[in-house]
Design a protein. Structure first.
Length: 140
């Protein structure tokens, strides 16, 4: 739980970019099973798969671009669960939203790219986290 502007405790509303593949066995089951978190949006690059993911995980919003998901007013935290080579372009796509971002490990495709991405995020004042899910068990 966290506090919104009014000070009242609230669920953290999460949007998942890359809502198929690894996210289906890791991020999404964990999100829907964790008190205090609420899945509010998903995105994939195709309308059909985005809609199916939203239906499957009861997310009220689905998108085909990361930018649209990031700018959704019902998203407080962006989770990125796509292959590392796409991370840089997605950071560039969602920067203007100014929302915290959780990335699936690794942040970049090399140490240099990871450092560049971390510096870019820090310069914009965006909190970013890199997660390593060593197992696909939702409780863990």
């Amino acid at each position: 739980m966290f506090e919104r502007d009014g000070g009242a405790p609230s669920e953290l509303r999460v949007g998942v970019i890359g809502a198929t593949g690894w996210a289906e066995v890791s991020h999404l089951p964990a999100l829907v099973a964790t008190p205090g978190l609420r899945l509010t949006a998903v995105s994939t690059t195709r309308e059909e798969s985005a809609r199916r993911a939203a239906e499957r995980w009861a997310a009220p919003h689905h998108f085909t671009t990361a930018a649209d998901l990031a700018h959704c007013p019902d998203v407080d935290l962006i989770t990125v669960s796509v292959k590392a080579p796409l991370h840089r372009s997605l950071i560039e796509e969602v920067l203007d939203a100014g929302k915290p971002i959780l990335y699936e490990w690794p942040l970049g495709t090399s140490a240099a790219e990871s450092a560049h991405l971390a510096e870019t995020l820090e310069a914009r004042g965006i909190r970013a986290f890199v997660a390593l899910q060593a197992t696909a068990h939702p409780v863990l």
